[in-house]
Design a protein around this ligand. Structure first.
Ligand code: UDP
Length: 327
């Protein structure tokens, strides 16, 4: 299939491009390079353009002859979504609707959407399955839920076929060592801790140790980026017109902030000083996936199941690329 990967120069999108090509699909990238990296994708497959410019979307779909779209081009900083919600609603909601409209005008019906466990807000029970209520606690989660709802209606009314993949915490890097995680600013736990190991930060601040968890720090489900992307390909190949699938993507295993830092100490051999800090607003105590629906529907499950394996993979990239892509 010819697939347009929107946001394909970003962290997860660039890994999806590799997964698509490995599965025999033809992947093209549309990216505005706001957070994406030119070096993360083949130069002859990159089209520069913006979701907020419908002419860019039309041109990219026409040029590539895309039969499907994978959409990764979202803003995803919870804190920024609180202080600048307009930016989030414009890019994540208006931009995505622009994309769906450009697809609809061309009769392109296959859509793979990056959703998030943030749509669950504070879950009633963990591990979280897809029937958990969706009550986001920040504008970022609201924008993702808005698109899930739009997709439900689009699939029914316009016979599109889509999947909303609700990611837990993506981490790790490509086994080739060629692509990995490079955010500016970096806000995610594993890369921050590895930056301490590299001497780029003096310490990591643990955002609260008074949560109702065994060691008091927040528990998350860290899923390897290649596992995430293999699920995208499996979902793409199973899309059905008129149907929206909603699937959690996680390992089913939770690790606390302290456990992540300990794993990084063990794997890097560095001391990694940690300081205790305040809770970060909007952090639920525990987010762990029940990923049994993805197993049933996609015949997919995560190959990397421990935080050690995920940290080892992330460390390989950060150690060899201490300045990321250097752009
Ligand atoms: N975290 C932390 N210190 C940091 C960054 C993150 O203690 O410098 C914690 C954060 O509060 C959360 C977990 O690590 O409990 C994972 O955070 P991250 O931002 O990586 O992902 P999120 O769960 O917000 O998607």
């Amino acid at each position: 299939m010819k697939v347009l990967v929107v946001g394909g120069a970003g962290y997860i999108g660039s890994h999806a491009v590799r997964a698509l090509e490995d599965a025999g699909h033809e992947a093209w990238v549309l990216d505005n390079l706001y957070q994406g990296h030119r070096a993360a994708v083949p130069a002859d497959r990159l089209i520069e353009g913006d979701l907020l410019n419908p002419a860019d979307l039309a041109a990219a779909l026409d040029k590539t002859g895309a039969e499907a779209v994978m959409h990764f081009a979202a803003l995803a900083l919870v804190g920024e979504s609180v202080t600048n919600p307009a930016k989030y609603y414009l890019n994540n909601v208006v931009g995505t609707i622009n994309l769906l409209e450009a697809m609809r005008e061309r009769g392109i019906w296959r859509f793979v959407f990056s959703s998030t466990c943030a749509t669950y807000g504070v879950p009633d029970k963990v591990p979280i399955d897809e029937s958990e209520k969706q009550l986001p606690i920040n504008p970022y989660g609201d924008t993702k839920l808005a698109i899930e709802k739009a997709l439900d209606a689009y699939c029914t009314a316009y016979n599109m076929g889509a999947v909303a993949l609700r990611y837990f915490n993506a981490a790790g890097s490509h086994h080739s060592g060629e692509i990995g995680e490079d955010h500016d600013p970096e806000s995610h736990l594993i890369p921050i801790v590895l930056q301490v190991a590299l001497g780029q930060r003096e310490h990591v601040t643990i955002f609260g140790d008074d949560y109702p968890t065994p060691d008091g720090t927040c528990i998350r489900d860290y899923i390897h980026v290649e596992d995430l992307c293999s699920a995208h390909v499996a979902a793409l190949e199973r899309l059905k017109q008129g149907e929206l699938m909603k699937l959690n993507l996680g390992t089913g295993n939770g690790f606390s902030v302290k456990q992540v830092i300990d794993a990084c100490r063990k794997i890097t051999g560095h001391e990694i000083p940690a300081m205790m800090g305040e809770r970060r607003p909007g952090d639920p105590a525990e987010l762990v996936a029940n990923a049994s629906k993805a197993l049933e529907v996609l015949d997919w499950k995560a190959k990397y199941t421990t935080v050690d394996e995920v940290v080892e993979s992330a460390w390989k990239w950060h150690k060899d690329h201490p300045n990321g892509y250097g752009d």
